[in-house]
Design a protein. Structure first.
Length: 196
């Protein structure tokens, strides 16, 4: 996976590139892959339902890069620890992906790809930001039965995943779908399945 994504451009992952004028808010998310019981997985959170933006949406741990952060890697690790109680000493940062833009919030988001060398217990560490924490097996995300597309109220259609009660769509689903595609892991699935 790392070799496949190391030379990819931002356009590979999204049609939305940060504004050239630098007006977007610098942010970072942690794409933390690990393994539990011999099954590769990824760490995801469900955002708190009272939040003003993206309430209840499943996402990678992450947020705005604070002035005290030493760049996107430090911000992604800090946010991961603050949101899930993650012990960052067991995490190996592998690489950063190209910075992407979320137009609705004007965030310029740098995804930080990492390997969970020594998994630690995780749970909701900040209920003001996070409703639940999940380690989602990659097999479940790659299973064609769990793949579909989501039609946003704006009319745009993008990739989505349905894992039990979790609906993964928007930015998070887009990054995961492109990552799987670029890495050659994607399995054929029915793209005519659309949820609104």
């Amino acid at each position: 996976m790392v070799d496949a994504v190391s030379n990819t451009s931002a356009a590979t992952f999204s049609g939305f590139l940060p504004p050239a004028d630098g007006s977007a808010r610098p942010s970072a998310v942690l794409l933390l892959f690990g393994e539990r019981d011999g099954r590769p997985d990824v760490l995801l959170t469900e955002r708190a339902h009272h939040l003003r933006r993206h309430a209840g949406q499943v996402s990678f741990p992450g947020g705005v890069i604070d002035p005290d952060d030493d760049g996107p890697v430090a911000a992604a690790l800090r946010e991961g620890a603050e949101e899930t109680g993650l012990d960052i000493h067991g995490v190996d940062v592998v690489t950063t992906l190209p910075t992407l833009w979320i137009p609705v919030t004007n965030y310029a988001v740098t995804p930080v790809l990492a390997w969970w060398r020594e998994p630690s217990p995780v749970s909701v560490a900040d209920p003001q930001e996070v409703a639940s924490v999940h380690r989602v097996p990659l097999d479940d995300l790659l299973d064609p039965v769990n793949r579909l597309q989501f039609r946003h109220p704006s009319g745009t259609v993008g990739p989505a995943f349905r894992i039990g009660d979790l609906w993964i769509w928007g930015f998070t689903a887009g990054v995961l779908a492109r990552l799987f595609q670029v890495a050659g892991m994607e399995r054929p699935w029915d793209r005519t399945r659309i949820r609104t």
